[in-house]
Design a protein around this ligand. Structure first.
Ligand code: OFO
Length: 174
């Protein structure tokens, strides 16, 4: 049984996961406008993963006897000055998400809610993968500089490598 506070925090996290999906969809469209179709695909895949994170949590709240209350999703920024700015914004965003996941874990521990604590481990591990993945992307964007075709080429190879592992938290660099 979820505490009221845990239930509320999980609902807020579900909204945040949908926001992440919304954010990466918007970024994908910005990348499309820049003519970067491979990076666009990378962000579309990421947007799908974030939606899956939200749906998994909805499922958990319901199974754990909680009450789902979806929140409003704010509009993500729609203008970025460069690919590097997009990549850096994603890394900063994921670091924030990690803090929220850790706060959920702290709540579960305070409640002695070991089921939720155990369930959240998947999210902790996923955040490690995502931060590593976006940190790699920032590095690649920095190295590529203005050579965006080289960046597209590099990301294409990485996407081809991770394709079989999609959905299993594959790392960009792995
Ligand atoms: Fe949902 O993992 Fe990123 O935000």
């Amino acid at each position: 049984m979820l505490s009221a506070s845990m239930n509320e925090k999980l609902n807020a996290q579900i909204t945040r996961e949908f926001y992440s999906s919304y954010l990466y969809r918007q970024m994908a469209s910005c990348l499309d406008q820049m003519g970067l179709s491979v990076l666009e695909q990378f962000f579309l895949d990421q947007a799908d993963e974030e939606r899956m994170h939200a749906v998994k949590l909805i499922d958990y709240v319901q199974k754990a006897g909680g009450k789902l209350a979806l929140g409003a999703i704010e509009a993500p920024p729609a203008e970025y000055e460069s690919v590097l700015a997009i990549c850096e914004a994603t890394l900063a965003h994921e670091r924030q998400v990690t803090k929220h996941i850790h706060a959920l874990v702290a709540q579960a521990e305070e409640d002695k809610d070991y089921s939720t604590r155990s369930y959240l481990q998947w999210y902790i591990d996923e955040q490690v993968e995502e931060e590593a993945s976006f940190a790699d992307l920032v590095q690649l964007a920095k190295l590529a500089g203005s050579d965006l075709l080289a960046l597209e080429d590099r990301v294409e190879k990485i996407l081809a490598k991770r394709a079989p592992a999609l959905g299993e938290g594959a790392q960009l660099g792995g």
